[in-house]
Ligand binder design. Structure first.
Ligand SMILES: Cc1cc2nc3c(=O)[nH]c(=O)nc-3n(C[C@H](O)[C@H](O)[C@H](O)COP(=O)(O)OP(=O)(O)OC[C@H]3O[C@@H](n4cnc5c(N)ncnc54)[C@H](O)[C@@H]3O)c2cc1C
Length: 445
């Protein structure tokens, strides 16, 4: 029986980030779970908060981070280019964070992350800490005291039993604690089937083929439609150094194609719009398929437990928010152990803000492509940006010092005004939406 220290369930990015944070604060803790494997994984395009935390929190791992200069998204007859770092609004929010709250390095760009390399390197690094006891095991039972709303013990597959002082549930969609405690949850999307893989660069290609095209430093999102593309869903193409990550999320049971056929349809759909990734990256890794449904729990915490990132809630992947929400939990973890209620509530408030972005994404995913008007499209793109800017401007309230919190609170009307007024010459200029002209390619040289 292991006694009364904080326990992290899950040994992927969220769990390891929390472990690193606790070790830095000299807090002994236990992390339970299997070491990261070498398979393609999700969570490679990172939102503003995630990018900010990556450069500050994981300074020694920058070899796994690649600049994301643009987000390009195409849907039916329209597309947009979003240059986040040139956007006046986001810049002002970032500057604000730097001056008032965090005082840390503020990244010039947002990031793509080579998760396979990063997770494995991070695992080696966190395991060196003398504050961590890593148990390569699985939690099979969570004993809860409903009166106290606290977790009393965790039973492991090996038969071992742990009495935790605090539990960070980093089990992602498996929701070990949420399920065991019966925390109510809302599903906020239809059930999805996700199919994805990595494509590696053809070894015969010249060095110069890497990163020379605009899409090779962009997150490339594409809404596909049954009529034109043979499959209805939302796809991503995220370039990393020697490989790209490609996948699609679609309604479960929407078509009978095999996983391989689905990814072929995705490749053809991108190629038709000017992004022929298979021309450069044609060595396929293992194809992975999973079921997924976006959700949010009614609450993120109890007396001695927190549902971290994807274990509390998950929203549409285009938001690139999963990694960021985990890193936020990691950064506040030591403070949370000192004052659980205050910081867990702040975390829950922060997480709930993602629901606004999710509703916008839901529109992109569920609208009938043929019926979308240019006005609707531009309005939704603006909303996407605004929900991001608003949320980032409130970030010091969870992450900053007292001065940052106070300024963040009182500056909200300014940001709201700024968002409304400046979007016409700030966000719009750096995030224009276009109508596709006849024969025009969304992704060009
Ligand atoms: C289609 C899709 C695309 C996405 N794209 C992005 C993106 O572009 N950007 C982004 O930021 N996020 C994205 N996400 C979200 C992202 O994948 C996750 O939020 C992120 O990878 C963090 O994962 P994690 O470490 O919390 O969980 P995981 O990587 O799922 O790890 C959870 C760990 O918990 C362990 N575990 C589970 N149960 C137990 C148990 N009982 N005992 C011990 N261990 C246990 C598992 O073995 C696993 O190792 C996407 C999600 C989806 C579905």
């Amino acid at each position: 029986m292991q006694q009364s220290v904080p326990v992290i369930i899950g040994c992927s990015l969220s769990g390891m980030a929390i472990s690193q944070s606790l070790s830095q604060a000299c807090i002994p803790h236990i992390m339970i779970g299997k070491a990261p494997n070498n398979l393609p994984r999700l969570g490679e395009s990172i939102n503003p908060e995630g990018s900010l935390e990556l450069v500050n929190f994981f300074k020694d791992f920058s070899q796994f981070f690649y600049e994301k200069k643009l987000t390009i998204m195409a849907m039916g007859n329209y597309y947009f280019h979003c240059n986040f770092t040139k956007m006046i609004n986001l810049k002002s929010v970032y500057l604000f964070l730097k001056l008032l709250a965090l005082g840390n390095k503020v990244p010039r760009d947002l990031y793509h992350v080579d998760r396979r390399g990063f997770d494995q390197a991070l695992f080696e690094s966190v395991c060196k800490s003398s504050y961590l006891t890593h148990l390569e095991d699985i939690v099979v039972e969570v004993k809860h005291n409903p009166k106290e709303d606290s977790i009393e013990s965790l039973s492991l597959a090996s038969g071992e039993k742990i009495i935790p002082s605090y539990v960070f549930d980093s089990s992602n969609h498996l929701r070990i604690v949420g399920k065991a405690l019966g925390v109510p949850l809302d599903f906020i999307s239809t059930p999805q089937k996700v199919v994805y893989s990595h494509y590696h660069i053809d070894p015969k290609r010249e060095e110069g083929d890497k990163n020379c095209k605009e899409w090779q430093s962009s997150t490339n999102l594409l809404r596909l439609g049954q009529e034109n593309d043979g499959v209805n869903g939302f796809a991503w193409c995220i370039p990393l150094e020697d490989y790209i990550s490609v996948g699609i999320s679609m309604n479960v049971d929407d078509n009978d194609c095999s996983d391989e056929e689905i990814l072929d349809l995705v490749a053809q759909a991108y190629a038709r719009r000017g992004l022929d990734y298979k021309d450069i990256y044609n060595e396929t890794s293992k194809i992975i398929a999973l079921r997924q449904r976006y959700f949010i729990h009614e609450r993120a915490y109890g007396k001695n437990w927190l549902l971290v990132g994807g274990a509390y809630g998950q929203i549409w992947f285009m938001s690139g928010s999963g990694v960021g929400t985990s890193l936020t939990a990691a950064v506040i973890a030591p403070k949370l152990l000192k004052n659980p209620r205050k910081y867990a509530q702040a975390y829950q408030n922060y997480m709930k803000k993602f629901l606004c972005t999710h509703s916008v994404m839901e529109w992109f995913c569920s609208s009938n492509i043929e019926e979308v008007s240019p006005e609707d499209f531009s309005e939704k793109v603006d909303q996407w940006l605004m929900t991001n800017i608003e949320r980032v401007s409130q970030y010091p309230q969870i992450r900053g010092n007292t001065l940052g919190k106070v300024f963040s609170f009182f500056s909200q009307p300014f940001f709201k005004w700024n968002i409304l007024k400046v979007s016409s010459f700030g966000a719009r200029r750096h995030c224009p939406t276009y109508k596709i002209k006849k024969e025009e390619k969304v992704w060009s040289e």
